[in-house]
Design a protein around this ligand. Structure first.
Ligand code: AMP
Length: 227
């Protein structure tokens, strides 16, 4: 597909700066979000990271939230919408951001439209479920800063240690096989319909994420006009 034609991207204009990175769990959203943020000097807004950070508090509310995550289910829309609204209103999101993991339902997408935020581009990372299941078993994240790694495809410089902050790498509680399958089911039923929602607005671009990290990054950066 000719990406520029499909969404009328004019590369003589400024790069898009308000971006949604969309894709199944394990498609590489976290890794690609960091690449785009570095390239455009904008902030990442990851609902998964925000939730995991707040779960460290372990109040009864957070304990309830962790049950949704451990079961591979989505948190209630109202909670997520409040969380994101507050974050997008902060000064460091004024000039751009990459949304990683939001919106995940049609009602979250509609709520985003009602916030005073105009999304420039939605990038959908495409990858088959069988490859996701294969990849997710090797996925690790930093226990302190949340930086994503993979034991084969995206290794840290020192085994089990985060390159960025020196934190210990761990397997996420929701990366076990049965939870991954549940998360994929939720993705296909509740989140994937968003592709049509954004396709109709002519801001959706699909990028294959089946290659290695370097290949995917190069395709993603091309999509935002950076070669
Ligand atoms: P992620 O790190 O994006 O894969 O998110 C991990 C988990 O956090 C998901 O499986 C959900 O339980 C929860 N979560 C993250 N973002 C959202 C969202 N936009 N709506 C509902 N739940 C979410």
């Amino acid at each position: 597909m000719n990406l520029s034609q499909s969404i009328n991207l004019d590369h003589t204009k400024k790069s898009p700066r308000k971006i949604i990175l969309f894709g199944a769990p394990g498609a590489g959203k976290g890794t690609q979000t960091k690449e785009i943020c570095n390239a455009l000097s904008v902030h990442a807004v990851s609902t998964g990271d925000m939730i995991r950070q707040s779960l460290k508090n372990s109040t009864p509310f957070e304990q309830k939230m962790s049950l949704y995550i451990k079961a591979g289910k989505l948190l209630p829309d109202a909670i997520i919408i409040d969380l994101i609204k507050e974050r997008l209103l902060t000064q460091d999101c004024k000039n751009g951001f990459v949304l990683d993991g939001f919106p995940r339902t049609i009602s979250q997408a509609k709520a985003l439209e009602n916030m005073d935020v105009k999304i420039d581009l939605v990038i959908s990372l495409e990858i088959k479920d069988s490859l996701i299941i294969k990849r997710m078993s090797g996925r690790r994240v930093c226990s302190i800063c949340g930086m994503p790694y993979h034991i084969v495809y995206n290794k840290p410089k020192v085994e089990n240690i985060c390159d960025v902050c020196g934190g210990r790498l761990i397997k996420r509680v929701d990366d076990g096989l049965s939870v991954i399958k549940q998360r994929l089911e939720v993705y296909h039923s509740l989140t994937e319909p968003l592709k049509d929602f954004y396709r109709k607005k002519r801001i959706l671009v699909s990028v294959t994420a089946e290659g290695d990290v370097v290949e995917t990054t190069s395709l993603v950066l091309k999509t935002i006009g950076i070669d």
